[in-house]
Design a protein around this ligand. Structure first.
Ligand code: TRP
Length: 350
């Protein structure tokens, strides 16, 4: 196994919409920190979205570009790192198919994240968890069921050492590690065993206090939202429901407005002061929210500006995707030659 000069870092995002502030604190902030330190591959996983949005070609293609725009907007450097479109490196499908021989069906069935997501697929139609499970089991595609293995292939293809993700992705990283170990044991050392790296805020609650922030639930702030939209969304945020007047003592613990202050307001003194006064019934929700909106807008302003620049220079966006994908493709071809050789699949006809 030849070691690259820098450690390789790989992560992926689904092109199912533009990105929001949960992606920022959960992942992008980490990516920005390590982008000069590691050899980074940032993947736009269009195959993953196809697994539960069959046939929605226009939506997926549009969102591949949206995600690339957001990445450039937050300041990821596409020259030093590689932005990669998953489907454009088809070696990933070959690797997925080969490593799926190492994973048993019960092993997939035990994956808690996959279980929860399959249940979610049936939730629109089913009332109880049981009903939802029945509906989803009938609707889930083999591709969706297999996506943890596809994700393992994403990670193993460039032989990544580090995989930064949200905490919900840990079962997939664990699966990848097991696949890598089993592969190396059966066929010889090919893959490094990847490590997971969890973001500062592994999962940000939605504006409405829903445990999951998602554009389709309408409880997010998108990275590209204009300042007035950010302010309006913050002013409408769910807060302490037990507090009717500004003079009532409020609850800070588990209050999304304060969770966001902790996540996005760099002025810790201001946050501590607001918390103290909130608990004592000495500050109104309006002031707390105004200060949060201001902190968010300070963070988002340069991101919005860069996004506006790239929206006017779409050639640079496509070029970033093209160059990065080409680099990933060369690496993938190299890994697959090694994999075929190790598995006794090369030179049949010589
Ligand atoms: N499954 C991840 C998600 O839904 C996305 C993803 C695909 C990914 N391939 C990956 C993340 C590889 C990390 C590494 O968010």
């Amino acid at each position: 196994m030849t070691e690259p000069k820098k450690k390789r870092f790989l992560s992926g995002m689904r092109p199912s919409g533009s990105l929001h502030i949960g992606h920022y604190v959960g992942a992008l902030e980490n990516w920005l920190r390590v982008q000069h330190e590691y050899e980074c591959y940032f993947l736009i996983v269009d195959w993953h979205v196809m697994a539960d949005h069959m046939g929605e070609v226009a939506m997926i293609r549009k969102n591949v570009i949206e995600v690339a725009l957001d990445w450039l907007a937050v300041g990821l450097d596409p020259n030093e790192n590689s932005f990669v479109v998953q489907s454009q490196v088809p070696e990933g499908a070959e690797l997925q198919s080969l490593i799926s021989t190492l994973v048993t069906v019960p092993r997939l069935n035990r994956n808690p994240t996959l279980k929860a997501e399959i249940r979610q697929l049936g939730k629109e139609q089913g009332q109880s968890d049981e009903e939802a499970d029945d509906i989803s089991r009938a609707r889930v595609s083999v591709a969706f069921y297999n996506y943890p293995i596809s994700q393992a292939a994403d990670i193993l293809l460039p032989k990544a050492h580090l995989v930064p993700t949200g905490d919900d992705q840990l079962p997939h990283i664990e699966l990848t590690r097991e696949i890598a170990r089993d592969f190396n044991r059966l066929y010889g050392e090919v893959f490094p065993i990847p490590e997971a790296l969890i973001g500062r805020v592994p999962r940000l609650v939605g504006l409405d206090n829903n445990g999951k922030m998602s554009k389709s639930l309408g409880n997010t702030i998108q990275l590209g939202d204009p300042a007035e939209v950010v302010t309006r969304k913050v002013m409408g945020m769910y807060t302490d429901p037990t507090r009717l007047r500004a003079t009532d003592p409020g609850h800070v613990e588990g209050n999304p407005v304060f969770i966001y202050h902790d996540a996005f307001n760099p002025n810790k003194e201001e946050v501590d002061d607001l918390k103290e006064r909130y608990v004592a019934g000495k500050v109104g929700d309006v002031e707390v929210k105004r200060k949060l909106a201001a902190a968010l807008n300070t963070l988002l302003e340069p991101i919005r500006d860069r996004r506006a620049y790239y929206e006017q220079h779409m050639g640079e966006v496509r070029d970033a995707l093209y160059q990065g994908t080409q680099r990933a493709k060369r690496l993938a071809e190299h890994t697959m030659a090694e994999v075929r050789e190790a598995m006794g699949l090369s030179s049949y006809f010589k």
